[in-house]
Design a protein around this ligand. Structure first.
Ligand code: GUN
Length: 285
């Protein structure tokens, strides 16, 4: 049986359309127009593309987008001063400082300076902690996108055996916490895991976030499993995920492609977080 392919592009477009509709509703009810400030320091070409994509996505759903492009030699103090200014602005509901930052800036310090109420990246320890205690507010965009894909592709999460391969702070750990929140029985695997193949074969839901091309073999996938591949690896054969796609697709119920799976979801979830930030801010006033 061939798996159904989870269309991340389409699902992301659906999410963006829902956000755009919510913005109209909010404005009609006299609420604020959500505003996202994106800060880029330096001229890393990949970061410039990401920031421009975020800016465009904001405009398409009717948000205000405030793009701040600072020179590579911007001091940490000046960046912190900008974050403080944005923290205080009523028309800015979300703040995103694009990573990586130049080496002379302490990224941790900058991320900590962003108000937890505007931390739409979900990187502030306050938001990480809220997720850990089961009361998530802003969840970082890639992990949130993984859960959205699972739900919208019809995966049964309640009581499911979920296996997350990879324990990074930005993907593996938060994905595991979110799956726990959905009442999965969660196993987190990593480089020291004994018999990874056997653990994966028990997974009803398998999330791969290791960054090793096609490390998860097709015959490690349980018949009927849902497979989410977070990996984006550049190889001589082009972009490939962490999962051996063709072989896995013969066994899975549903699987994400690379590219076109998790990737398109991240900006969609950023928009959702910014909308939530604007809603919460207008409720507090
Ligand atoms: N750089 C690459 N991805 C991200 C992200 O999700 N957030 C931020 N702030 N920087 C990034």
């Amino acid at each position: 049986m061939a798996a159904s392919i989870i269309d991340g592009k389409q699902i992301a477009a659906d999410v963006r359309a829902e956000v755009a509709a919510e913005v109209k509703k909010m404005q009609a009810a006299g609420g604020p127009t959500p505003g996202l400030a994106v800060v880029l320091v330096g001229e890393d070409p990949a970061s410039q593309v990401y920031v421009n994509n975020k800016d465009k996505a904001c405009q398409e759903v009717g948000f205000n987008s405030f793009k701040h492009e600072l020179p590579a030699d911007t001091s940490e103090e000046d960046l912190l001063a900008l974050v403080e200014e944005l923290n205080g602005r009523e028309d800015v509901h979300g703040i995103l400082v694009q990573l990586p930052l130049p080496g002379h800036i302490d990224a941790e310090r900058v991320l900590m300076a962003i108000s937890p109420d505007k931390d739409v990246d979900g990187f502030h320890p306050m938001n990480v902690g809220r997720l850990a205690v089961g009361a998530p507010v802003f969840v970082s965009c890639t992990p949130a996108g993984v859960i959205e894909l699972l739900k919208r592709s019809g995966a049964e999460l309640e009581g499911a055996d979920a296996v997350v391969v990879g324990r990074s702070n930005i993907v593996g750990k938060p994905v595991a916490l979110l799956l726990l929140q959905e009442n999965c029985t969660v196993t987190i695997c990593h480089s020291r895991t004994k018999d990874l193949a056997a653990v994966c074969r028990g997974a009803d839901v398998l999330v791969a976030a290791v960054g090793v091309p096609e490390m998860i073999k097709g015959d490690w996938v349980k018949e009927g499993a849902t497979v989410i591949d977070v990996g984006i690896n550049r190889t001589d054969d082009g972009l490939v995920g962490d999962v051996e796609f063709e072989a896995a697709a013969e066994r899975a119920r549903a699987i994400t492609p690379v590219p076109g799976g998790v990737g398109p979801m991240t900006i969609a979830m950023l928009l959702k977080n910014t909308l939530l930030a604007a809603e919460l801010a207008s409720r507090d006033r």
